[in-house]
Write a protein that binds this ligand. Structure first.
Ligand SMILES: *Cc1c(COP(=O)(O)O)cnc(C)c1O
Length: 300
């Protein structure tokens, strides 16, 4: 069955009591379990696209990426061929794919491994060679086409604000490419604060990603970066503890992005406008391979 238009209802907002504070969590993770929450938002325009418009979807990035898995579902639903470029995998993973990679391959993703040193040249060549029937999506879905889906997310947040008669509050979402945070900032009025934290790289990395995406956007999200930069997706005892504590309080989050954002929110809490609305962007299927890493390092 080829899907022409894929629409979904607004996600719920749940009250969440944790570490002595009342928080609110927007459950974008529950909209469609096949897609991690904000990837579904970012792919909104493509989900509405006529399947006949393209034959092939091409992207690149990490071998366990949430964006990769969401694109694999999208291509599967639309009947498009999906080609995904990764840097040469460690042999154990190539021989025995796990987690998001395993799921994406089962959906028919064609995986192409490229040696590290040639990777970005190769990706650029492919990008420039794309014909009319091919859609090329940048790493992590960092793309202007993500705007429409994030606009709808902002509309839902404003509806929640009205039904709770709030004048001001804070919206929090961790950043990979920073696309979600930047477009939320763009669509929400300035009485509402938008805060984020860089999970890939640091403040400078995030600022340059925003600069590339929207060089003219005056108002940017507030960056919370009390905690030092940490290599992406690498285990850290403190992240694990926060993740376990959140889970014990009743909500399962992802192990890569959420722990750092929650740590930053706890530290900055007294300086932030309350209440705080956390956008749960899913990614929990990626926990499988993250937990393996924690075990391997003896942290779990
Ligand atoms: C992809 C992802 C992010 C980062 O979103 P960006 O728009 O790239 O900043 C945050 N949280 C989760 C769970 C994700 O999967």
């Amino acid at each position: 069955m080829i899907a022409t238009k894929i629409t979904f209802p607004p996600s719920e907002v749940e009250p969440f009591f944790w570490k002595g504070h009342q928080w609110f969590v927007k459950r974008d993770d529950l909209i469609d379990p096949r897609f991690s929450g904000n990837k579904l938002r970012k792919l909104y325009t493509l989900l509405q696209t006529d399947p006949h418009r393209y034959t092939t979807l091409i992207s690149y990035g990490g071998a366990q990426s949430n964006a990769m898995l969401s694109l694999a579902y999208l291509a599967h639903l639309k009947g498009w061929h999906f080609i995904y470029y990764v840097k040469t995998l460690p042999k154990w993973l190539g021989d025995n794919p796990t987690g998001n990679l395993q799921l994406a391959l089962k959906l028919g993703m064609e995986l192409v491994q490229v040696p590290h040193r040639d990777f970005y040249d190769k990706v650029d060549t492919i990008r420039n060679m794309c014909t009319e029937d091919v859609i090329f999506i940048s790493q992590g879905g960092a793309d202007k086409s993500a705007k429409e889906g994030i606009r709808i997310l902002a509309e839902e947040i404003l509806a929640w604000q009205r039904s709770n008669s709030l004048t001001s509050f804070t919206v929090a979402t961790p950043s990979g490419t920073g696309t979600t945070a930047l477009y939320l900032r763009d669509y929400l009025p300035k009485e509402i604060d938008v805060v984020t934290t860089p999970v890939v790289g640091d403040r400078e990395t995030l600022l340059s990603q925003w600069q590339q995406l929207e060089p003219d956007q005056a108002l940017q999200p507030k960056i919370l970066d009390h905690y030092p930069k940490h290599p992406f997706a690498q285990p850290k005892q403190e992240y694990l503890q926060i993740w376990q504590s959140l889970k014990a309080a009743g909500i399962l989050f992802d192990l890569i992005y959420a722990p750092k954002m929650w740590l930053e929110l706890l530290t900055a809490y007294h300086k932030l406008k309350t209440p705080i609305l956390y956008i749960h962007s899913g990614g929990v299927t990626g926990n499988l391979s993250q937990i393996e890493k924690y075990r391997y390092k003896g942290l779990l």
